[in-house]
Ligand binder design. Sequence first.
Ligand code: MTE
Ligand code: MO
Length: 308
Amino acid sequence: MKKASDIRPSEITPSEVFRDRRRWLQLAAGASALALLPRGVAAADKFADLKPGAYRIDEKLTPYESVTTYNNFYEFGTDKEDPAKRAGSLRTRPWAVVVDGAVGKPRTFAIEEILKMAPLEERIYRLRCVEAWSMVVPWVGFPLAELLKRVEPTGSAKFVEFTTLLDPTQMPGQRGTVLDWPYREGLRIDEAMHPLTLLTVGLYGEVLPNQNGAPIRIVVPWKYGFKSAKSIVRIRLTETQPETTWNLAGPKEYGFYSNVNPDVDHPRWSQAKERRIGEFFKRPTLPFNGYAEQVAQLYAGMDLQRYF
Ligand SMILES: Nc1nc2c(c(=O)[nH]1)N[C@H]1C(S)=C(S)[C@@H](COP(=O)(O)O)O[C@H]1N2
Ligand SMILES: [Mo]
């Protein structure tokens, strides 16, 4: 690892600059600023030796404070502020992820094994919520494909299902019926194997705060945010298209594919524009959230109005 004094200014990434500023603000403001930090995020939770990953967009990062206090995580309530306030009850150790279904070598991975499975990289992705707001987040993780390869998917594996932890004692929102718990999402196998699909364990160089889906979540940057399931405990490969929570909740509003598409409106609002958190004017939404060059080929010949 490099010492701080060895790093030339040109090597310092925006997130490092931001973290330094935040550290300084904490020192300046003392305990009151520290109280804003999600529980469990301390100096020891920083990742050492993070490499800038292959995919990094050159747009202003959404501030750490917004990324960690404006969240959708219905297991902790439906208001954007609820997860940051209430997700402290989630216990992220011990944690394991079952990977099974249509695979040659089904396995349960302890979170510690996953953290050492492949080099962790920092990737700066757009996140576009179906509610027509967006963020730019420096995630930490590695391609989901790395993990899937280890369990040897069979020839009949066509889809991948992700399941969030089910435990109403830790996740108070699960005591209500706002969604059909546990939260489930799914991808086609080629989408899951695509190098952009990130198995995510951190953001801003630190372990994921609970409200962002600790200790492990998926991030699929060309799809609406709800496809990116948080705090997952199971990854199952299937032969048929899995049921998904939001599609069950509103099949006319939330399709299985849910690729970001400015030409297919939500029945109750337009998807043509989005508000970047922290900005006043809306900006146009890009097909596949700006990742068309990388992923449009996956959908060649498909009617994207029908398969929305
Ligand atoms: N288990 C679970 N995963 C979830 C959600 C949820 O409510 N529960 N919300 C989704 C939605 S709608 C979005 S926009 C993103 C938000 O991720 P973030 O809070 O890290 O920005 O998480 C997604 N993953
Ligand atoms: Mo979302």
